[in-house]
Design a binder for this molecule. Structure first.
Ligand SMILES: NC(=O)c1ccc[n+]([C@@H]2O[C@H](COP(=O)([O-])OP(=O)(O)OC[C@H]3O[C@@H](n4cnc5c(N)ncnc54)[C@H](O)[C@@H]3O)[C@@H](O)[C@H]2O)c1
Length: 269
């Protein structure tokens, strides 16, 4: 799952949502390349206990207090923070209104709104604020915000999710202007459709099918996606993890204030 290809042995990197999915691929890749890597997640990945360079800290990014505790703990232990990957994110498939009139629960509620905004948007803001204080003092650091192609192109039945991702893209543009003079870079990493992670769990496919007026057939939905991707396949989690490693490395020292699309060309043709 991970490969050694870049030297990150002088880096201390926090990955939020690092216990599973894309975050897990990133945590494993950072550690494989020598970075002291901290998975900050609401759950612990027990497999990390056997990997020397990985630490796990329980952190709920929807809580500023939990974020501040996590960042303080990391800084106290290592005395520096070189990278923050704002990866923790959640999605619920919801329509603006239930125009089919059969599933009122598919209409976006206040709870849906607060849940996605608190984790995807507020969480990114306060993780970045806590870490930026340290990075500005160090005059060194990189913040990578995991956005989504949905935030640029829009996505049927994902308007709240897409809105949070567009906001996070915009955060990065502004923070790059604020933090650039302190040698702190801010970059967005924009995936589209990838190998299965837990983001597609629960009733995801049934809900997506209903919202899009399709038969609930996961295979069909996935093959339809692949047809929309010029490279003809879903993204691999390692590909996203490699990009995160590169962006945190000094090889990317002139990249800031932009979001890098890693989508196999989806929505570009
Ligand atoms: N999977 C995709 O195809 C895809 C596409 C575009 C963007 N993204 C983005 O990539 C990121 C990772 O998604 P994923 O597919 O790996 O999701 P996932 O559900 O597989 O993993 C998310 C991780 O975040 C953690 N998490 C959830 N709530 C949290 C909280 N409040 N505080 C801290 N950690 C929390 C979970 O425990 C889990 O380990 C998200 O920001 C998502 O929006 C994913």
């Amino acid at each position: 799952m991970s490969n050694k290809w870049i030297n990150l042995s002088d880096k201390v990197v926090i990955v939020t949502g690092g216990a599973g999915g894309i975050g897990e691929a990133m945590v494993r890749n950072f550690a494989a390349n020598g970075a002291r890597t901290i998975s900050a997640d609401i759950k612990i990945n027990e497999e990390y206990k056997n990997i020397e360079l990985i630490d796990s800290i329980i952190c709920d990014v929807s809580s500023k207090k939990s974020i501040d505790n996590m960042v303080e703990t990391v800084f106290k232990k290592y005395g520096r923070i070189d990278g923050l990957i704002n990866n923790a994110g959640v999605g619920r498939i919801r329509l603006l209104i239930d125009y089919y009139g059969k599933k009122p629960e598919m209409e976006s509620s206040e709870d849906d709104f607060d849940y996605m905004v608190n984790i995807n948007q507020k969480g990114v803001f306060f993780c970045s604020q806590a870490v930026a204080r340290i990075m500005v003092n160090q005059k060194r650091g990189v913040i990578v915000n995991v956005t989504s192609e949905a935030g640029i192109e829009g996505s049927k039945a994902q308007s709240i999710y897409a809105g949070t991702k567009a906001a996070v893209h915009a955060f990065g543009l502004s923070w790059a202007k604020e933090l650039g003079p302190y040698n702190v870079r801010v970059v967005g990493l924009e995936p589209a459709m990838n190998e299965r992670t837990n983001l597609g769990g629960g009733g995801y496919f049934e809900e997506l099918s209903y919202a899009r007026g399709q038969e609930p057939d996961p295979k069909k939905i996935h093959s339809d996606y692949s047809k929309k991707i010029p490279l003809g396949r879903l993204g691999r989690l390692e590909e996203l993890a490699d990009l995160a490693c590169y962006l945190v490395s000094d090889h990317a020292s002139y990249i800031t204030g932009t979001t890098i699309s890693i989508t196999g060309g989806k929505s570009k043709g």
